[in-house]
Every structure is written in structure tokens, then in C-alpha cells.
Write a protein that binds this ligand. Sequence first.
Ligand SMILES: Nc1nc2c(ncn2[C@@H]2O[C@H](COP(=O)(O)OP(=O)(O)OP(=O)(O)O)[C@@H](O)[C@H]2O)c(=O)[nH]1
Ligand SMILES: [Mg+2]
Length: 328
Amino acid sequence: MSTLADRILAGDAKAIARGISLIEDEDPAGAELVRAIFGRTGGAYLIGVTGPPGAGKSTLVDRLVAIIRSERSHRRHDDASSPSRESAPSVGVIAVDPTSPFTGGAVLGDRLRMQAHAADEGVFIRSMATRGHLGGLARATGDAALLLDAAGKEIIVIETVGVGQDEVDIIRTADVSIVTLVPGTGDEVQALKAGIMEIADIFVVNKADREGAERLVSAVEANLALHLYGPAEWRPPIVKTTATTGQGVRDVVDAIWRFRDHAERTQAARTRARSEYRLRELVAHQFMDHLEHRVLAPGELTAVVDRIAERSLDPYTAARELVRRCLS
Ligand SMILES: Nc1nc2c(ncn2[C@@H]2O[C@H](COP(=O)(O)OP(=O)(O)OP(=O)(O)O)[C@@H](O)[C@H]2O)c(=O)[nH]1
Ligand SMILES: [Mg+2]
């Protein structure tokens, strides 16, 4: 009998779905799974797409995936024995907390139906319900991406809603970050606040069929102008799209591959930064978990929080005391 990890490595879609559920539920078996498959990851290219609710991210991803599926294989560590070497790259899509479902264009719809029959082919789409989780959103998304990577997905697209810290953290784990903005919503101000301008590798101004698209392009352009880009430095392009018709989406795909070529030199540093982020995040999480569930009595942490809120205890003293108790 093969284990869940074996089935995921074989590209079994049902097994991938089951694995992601375990991760979603924070089941210890999910962490066990990541441990088992980690050595077989690192081959996928992660595309992060973020932006405000309703910006047209899913519609855009739908179109992006259709174009990518029509291209040659992009797998980084090309393996001569890989049967998919010359065929279209297989794609995994994770939509984090979507408020609207994927439109499921003709191509994706077909791929989805196909999936039941040919698990290692086509497109795997999964929404991740993460609302209510206290933190750890980036970790769960990152782990789900690892499963898809291990399953042989060459391209993984992660769609996240919003422009807050969670999104910044998620996008940080991607190889290329696409920030989607739409005209007439004041996004530019919001995006600036969240510091998302700094992490965008590509800007997409979607709903270019609407009024104000040019103005938004100018606003982003003005922001980029504040930064002095060196001659060898990547300057995020601004691509106008109308995702509903597909207008401009080809340019987004081109920009992704251009970025990928450009970033090849910095890729090692990026991978290292991602590894460090994951490690620090996991250690912090496990430390808190240990403290809360093994060191402290139930309700004790809440009591400490209450005292800080009442100003009868300062957070520095509280933190030092808690760390000390963990170590003693
Ligand atoms: N006019 C216009 N409408 C668009 C465009 N792209 C998407 N839409 C519409 O915008 C609505 C939201 O599209 P989605 O693709 O679901 O947007 P989203 O960003 O994924 O939404 P959430 O995941 O809920 O945040 C849908 O009704 C789309 O048809 C566009 O380029 N122009
Ligand atoms: Mg969506």
C-alpha cells in the first residue's frame, strides 16, 4: 500500500487535495507530509497574484493559466526521463480565501474535468479556506505549494485577496509577485500603505476597459519614479489588462518570463530568503505552541494578555518571563 506522500509524489490529484486539507486543518499529519516530500521540492516556479477584492485576479489567473498551458514546458530542473518534458507544463492554482469563485473558463473547466482521469496532467485548482486562522496563513499556503511542487506541478499560482501583511508574507514566498490594481478604487494609496509596492515585481492594471486606467498607470509610474533603479536592476513593468477579454494578458505572461530570466542571478538569494523566512516562522510558531500548550496552564496566556491590556504588566517583562519559563 502506498502512503499519501507516495501518491502525492506520483501526482495523484485526490491525494494532493487530501494533503492540502490536512495542512488547512493544521493536522500534525500535514506537517509530517511536508517533511516526507520536502526533499523532492524546489522545481516549481511560484507566481503570486494579489490585489484588492474583486480586482479580477481569478479572471486574470484563468487567462494566464490558459496561455501557460499552451506553451512549452518550463520545469526548471529538466529531467530527461520526465515524460512531460516537451508537453505543456502542468499547473497548480491555490486561491486563498476567495470571496468569488473561479470563473472556470472553457480551458480550465476542461482541465478540471480531465483531472479525475489523468491526475498528473493539466491544472489543479484549490481554494484554501483560511479565514479564522490566527496567523500562519503564509505557512499553510507555502506548505500547500510544496505539495503541488512535489506532485510535479511546474507552475504554481497563488492568488490572495487583499493588500495587507498576510498577503505581503504570502507573496514573499513566491518567485514572482504580481500586484493587481483596478482604476477608480483608490488602491494605489492602500497598496502604498501596506508596503506592497516594494514587493511587486509586476504591476497589472486590470479592468483597463474602465475609466481611469491611464490615471492609475500614471500614479504607479510616479511611485516607481521615486525609486532610482540601477542599470541592472529590475524595474517593475506596469501592464494594462482587460482580463474578461484576455486583452493584455499575453504581455503579463511575457513579463513573468522576462522577470524569471532576469532574476536567475538573484534566484539563489531569493530561495535562501524564503528558506530563512519559513524557518523563523516555524520556530516562532512551534515555540508559541509549546509555551501555550505544554508550559502554561490553560487560560494562563489569556490572563497575561489581560494584565498587559490593563497596563498592570508591560509586554517586555511578560515576554521575558514566558521565555524564561520555557527554558527552565
Ligand atoms: N470590466 C471588467 N470587469 C472585469 C475584468 N476582469 C474581471 N472583471 C469582473 O470583475 C468581477 C470580479 O472578478 P474576479 O476575477 O472574481 O475577481 P477577484 O479579484 O478574483 O475577486 P476575489 O477573489 O473575490 O477578490 C467579475 O465580475 C469579473 O467578470 C476586466 O478586465 N474588466
Ligand atoms: Mg478570486
